[in-house]
Write a protein that binds this ligand. Structure first.
Ligand code: GLU
Ligand code: MG
Length: 467
């Protein structure tokens, strides 16, 4: 479980002693530096690092970083509002020692995600990890509900060297093919070894559809741990790729056309060790709460898209018939529906039944995405929401009358349309809090402006190596 305790000046209880012992242990394992990692509002992973000897001080007092990163854009410029993006002030980054991991793919380094606090020792209202910790804590305290989550990771593997950052696939072997697995067998084995050494339980790893594309899925964890893990897995994929002379892109659309990289979310809600998505009396074994949770997510998807698909490039991926789930539709094992009910295999449904949300990519800040989707689902439970009719097949082929009967609508087709939906969704903005909600809007609008007038190819190129 992730700690609900916020960091405080002097350190969370026990952290200074732990950091002292961990620092000594790391030094003994030839670890020289610790990467302190967080994800900004634009979805870019940012870091500070400290030498191993500095871990103790970081745990006690945090490490300084400007609040300007709340409105950093993917191109490293800063969006400003009347309160955000100012050069003034400082924040403290506190590592979560429970997650400290020696990086097998980057010898000499360890890694830990951080929570951001103010200089006065208060949680920073723009901290996405703190936001998700709050959502999870409140779900447990107020509703008696806990969650298990997993984020799928897709990437396209390229050959570096092209000065203009063009994508040259590392392999042209077919989708899902044995040939691709063989061609990159050493790479895959090194990646699996590094992840295993880091305690990441990989469930599957396969050559995916697009040229040079791979996908990796991991076991479910509590949502904060799942978001941390998604960041750690990407750090590892990047490092192992580089050691093999290759380059990984997690961008939603590496190329302007064709299938992109998704970051599908898997979520299950639990009450007292019981999976609410199995063994119930609603369709496909859902309990009433699980159905309402799914209905809540489905209903809010247009606004959620501004959080889960935050890049102009996200909308190159979010096109029909590319398994990205671009319609407000749900179905059992339907790969074109935005919300897919996963029942799992007979015999292990109590463990594995869950909900998959597809219009999510890896430009999304995973903490914001999970926190926002969970908020929508919990609102669905509070309202005893019910699912509309199920769809089967590709919703793009539904006749309009049937689509209307099933509540099927196309999700926003541009980032600007998603921001309009987000602005309208007061509940979601309130859950994020005014600072984080304003940061989301400012950053999305900044990204829209950054690509104004660019054609699809240039938009894809602008974000290809950012995430
Ligand atoms: N690459 C697809 C996407 O963009 C997903 C393929 C799959 O279902 O694994 O979401
Ligand atoms: Mg996939």
């Amino acid at each position: 479980m992730t700690t609900f305790a916020d960091p405080v000046p002097g350190g969370r209880p026990g952290d200074v002693e732990r950091a002292t012992a961990l620092g000594a242990e790391l030094a003994g394992r030839d670890v020289h530096g610790v990467v302190l990692s967080y994800v900004d509002t634009a979805g870019v992973g940012r870091v500070k690092t400290v030498p191993t000897a500095g871990l103790r001080s970081a745990a006690a007092w945090g490490v300084g970083m400007s609040p300007v990163f709340d409105t950093f854009l993917a191109n490293d410029s800063v969006a400003t509002t009347d309160v955000l993006g100012s050069p003034d002030g400082d924040l403290r980054l506190y590592p979560d020692l429970d997650r400290l991991t020696v990086l097998a793919g980057q010898p000499g380094w360890a890694w830990a995600p951080v929570d951001r606090a103010t200089q006065e020792g208060e949680p920073h209202p723009g901290c996405s990890r703190t936001f998700l910790r709050r959502v999870v804590r409140d779900a447990a305290r107020l509703h008696g509900i806990t969650f298990r989550a997993g984020i799928e990771i897709e990437w396209m593997l390229g050959r570096p060297g092209s000065p203009d950052g063009e994508f040259v696939p590392a392999t042209t072997a077919p989708a899902y093919s044995a040939a691709r697995q063989v061609e990159l067998g050493d790479y895959g084995a090194d990646l699996l070894a590094a992840l295993a050494a880091q305690g990441v339980d990989v469930e599957q790893f396969h050559p995916e559809y697009a040229a040079g594309q791979f996908e990796l899925s991991v076991g479910a964890l509590d949502p904060v741990a799942a978001a941390d893990r998604s960041v750690l897995v990407r750090q590892t994929v990047r490092a192992v790729s580089q050691r093999h002379g290759l380059r990984a892109s997690f961008a939603p659309a590496v190329l302007a056309r064709g299938v992109g990289n998704g970051g599908h979310l898997h979520l299950s809600a639990w009450r007292e060790e019981r999976n609410l998505h199995a063994g119930g009396d609603r369709r496909y074994g859902m309990t009433a709460d699980a159905e309402s949770f799914a209905a809540g997510v489905l209903d809010r998807l247009p606004a959620l898209t501004a959080v889960t698909a935050p890049s102009p490039a996200s909308y190159l991926r979010l096109r029909p018939s590319q398994w990205a789930g671009v319609f407000t539709a749900w179905g059992r094992e339907t790969r074109e529906a935005a919300v897919r009910i996963v029942t799992g295999t007979a015999g292990r449904r109590e463990r594995s039944a869950n909900l998959e949300v597809k219009p999510v990519d890896l430009a999304a800040n995973p903490y914001l995405a999970l926190g926002s989707v969970i908020t929508a689902g919990l609102d669905g439970i509070a309202a005893s929401a019910v699912l509309p009719e199920e769809t089967t097949g590709d919703p793009v082929r539904l006749d309009p009358a049937r689509a209307a009967a099933c509540g099927v609508r196309r999700l926003p087709e541009s980032l600007a349309a998603a921001v309009t939906e987000f602005r309208r969704d007061e509940g979601l903005r309130a859950a994020l809090g005014p600072l984080l909600a304003d940061a989301v809007i400012a950053v999305r609008e900044g990204e829209i402006e950054a690509v104004a007038g660019l054609d699809d190819e240039r938009v894809a190129a602008a974000y290809r190596w950012k995430y």
